[in-house]
Design a binder for this molecule. Structure first.
Ligand code: ZN
Length: 148
């Protein structure tokens, strides 16, 4: 995986090579995504192939779904009277442990996705893109006289 720096307009308009940012194969679609870096929120349009078209979606579902399942089990247990609303002892410890694992998994999912690692007024830097995509963009930027 590599990092790639794009101008704000390239990123926002999706004016990029039609290569999947994740694997470098021909892109099937351009995905709109809002990415955050510190307090900045940037809209990016990233080309992806059919295998990676749900690159962010399944991560969002696992993170959100995992948290929803955790809360559901917690409140369902309370509703059927497994424990009082103020849980103590074993139930509390269990939720702490499961919650901790959910947090670790959510963190791994987040860190392994295409995401921002820098934002300036001129450019953004994405990480976790494939090196072919990064190299293709670099050679596109350097494209000067066509005598090569
Ligand atoms: Zn791909």
């Amino acid at each position: 995986m590599a990092n790639v720096r794009l101008s704000r307009s390239e990123a926002e308009q999706g004016d990029l090579l039609p290569l999947c940012a994740r694997c470098g194969s021909p892109a099937k679609l351009v995905k709109d995504r809002k990415l955050s870096w510190k307090k900045e929120r940037v809209s990016v349009r990233i080309p992806l192939c059919s295998a990676h078209q749900y690159h962010w979606l399944w991560r969002d579902w696992l993170k959100g779904g995992g948290l929803a399942a955790l809360l559901f089990v917690y409140f369902a247990g309370w509703l059927i009277g497994l424990y009082p609303i103020r849980v103590g002892g074993f139930a509390c410890l269990s939720f702490l442990i499961v919650g901790f694992f959910w947090f670790i998994i959510a963190l791994i999912l987040d860190r392994s996705a295409i995401r921002l690692i820098d934002v300036t007024s001129q450019s953004i830097t994405l990480t976790n893109v494939c090196s072919e995509f990064g190299e293709a963009l670099q050679s596109e930027d350097k494209k000067g006289p066509k005598d090569e």
